[in-house]
Design a protein. Structure first.
Length: 362
């Protein structure tokens, strides 16, 4: 058995991505879209990247029940049993435990990568080197590893990882604590200290280590999913999940495990990373200069325009005059025109669309 057979990956693809409305909707979220105009969806890009070191049969896609067909359409090389279906959304802790126990049943020596489906990573070779380093470390150590991104600005939209520079082992730094989305003053202090990283939500651990962590810190949830140990990887698995998954606590892996465990380590990432969380972050990914215009699936005639991100359906022609720092996104059903500085208001806009216009638009 080769070492690659012990490598497993879980790609998280169950989110709605509401901040990318009107392109991303509950029926067709952003991970299934070609957000960057590359010819591949974010999910396909993530799968192809990970598949370079993890065998296809060892890759699981965690998603909502309603997205099963979308996943299999975009990744036809997968078998249906590789798509883990949540009957209801319960955040990241329950689905990670479910996947870990499913993998562990067939391969107790497995190490697993957990990665979001909708992030952009420019230097894929550097990413894969980091993952392989994490696999090797976790195969030999009782460690929960997170890949930390070196912050280049006091961003208040990310969680932060505090590291202990006095405890470093083979490039891995002991984690002291996690902080969720600090205010600007706190974020500036984190950046100045030099020992904080952004939490990218990319994790590596052995299935044994993460299972033990749940048994210690989330006994109720662990016992709930252990009830299905005889059903995992059989034709009775989905029936068990449908019946019991809704009973799991709605909690993230950060709160459930990482903030409680004492064996958490951070590996400073050696790759560029963008979480593609908003239209503004997509603009930053695609533009080298803040005064450029970013065009996606669009033909445009722009006069005296700068700093805009413009996307249309079916390469529709967009003509604009004197437009600066705006988000302009057109689909078959909606048109969004919004200053980039107001992009955090999209969630509030969606509430109005749902109640005043048409729930099917979100």
């Amino acid at each position: 058995m080769s070492q690659f057979s012990h490598y497993h990956a879980v790609i998280m693809a169950g989110g709605v991505g509401s901040r990318f409305w009107p392109v991303s909707t509950a029926a067709f979220p952003k991970q299934f879209h070609d957000m960057l105009g590359t010819g591949k969806s974010l999910l396909q890009t993530t799968y192809d990247r990970i598949n370079k070191i993890v065998p296809s049969e060892n890759i699981l896609i965690l998603t909502n029940l309603r997205y099963k067909d979308l996943v299999l359409q975009q990744l036809p090389q997968l078998k249906a049993q590789q798509v883990l279906l949540e009957p209801t959304m319960r955040n990241t802790a329950p689905c990670i435990l479910y996947a870990a126990l499913k993998i562990k049943k067939d391969n107790p020596d497995a190490v697993m990568l957990v990665a979001p489906s909708d992030h952009w990573i420019e230097d894929e070779a550097a990413f894969l080197d980091d993952v392989l380093q994490g696999f090797a470390y976790c195969a030999q150590n009782d460690a929960l590893v997170t890949l930390g991104i070196r912050p280049n600005a006091p961003n208040t939209g990310y969680g932060y990882i505090q590291s202990d520079k006095l405890q470093i082992e083979k490039g891995f730094i002991k984690v002291t604590r996690f902080t969720e989305k600090p205010n600007m003053e706190t974020a500036k202090g984190f950046l100045a200290s030099g020992n904080y990283f952004w939490n990218a939500g990319i994790f590596i651990w052995s299935v044994a280590t993460i299972a033990n962590a749940f048994a210690e810190h989330q006994k109720t949830m662990f016992n709930l999913f252990q009830l299905g140990k005889d059903f995992y990887n059989t034709n009775k698995e989905q029936a068990f999940i449908d019946a019991h998954y809704p009973d799991a606590e709605n909690i993230s892996i950060d709160y459930a495990i990482l903030e409680k465990a004492s064996n958490v380590w951070v590996l400073p990432a050696s790759f560029d990373w963008n979480d593609l969380g908003t239209w503004g972050s997509l603009f930053e990914k695609m533009s080298a200069k803040p005064d450029e215009n970013v065009l996606i699936h669009t033909r445009a005639i722009l006069n005296n325009c700068s700093g805009n991100i413009i996307r249309s359906a079916n390469k529709k022609l967009i003509v604009a005059e004197g437009l600066h720092d705006y988000i302009v996104v057109e689909t078959d059903k909606a048109l969004l025109i919004l200053p980039k500085e107001k992009e955090q208001a999209i969630k509030q806009i969606l509430k109005r669309v749902e109640t005043e216009i048409d729930q099917s638009l979100i």
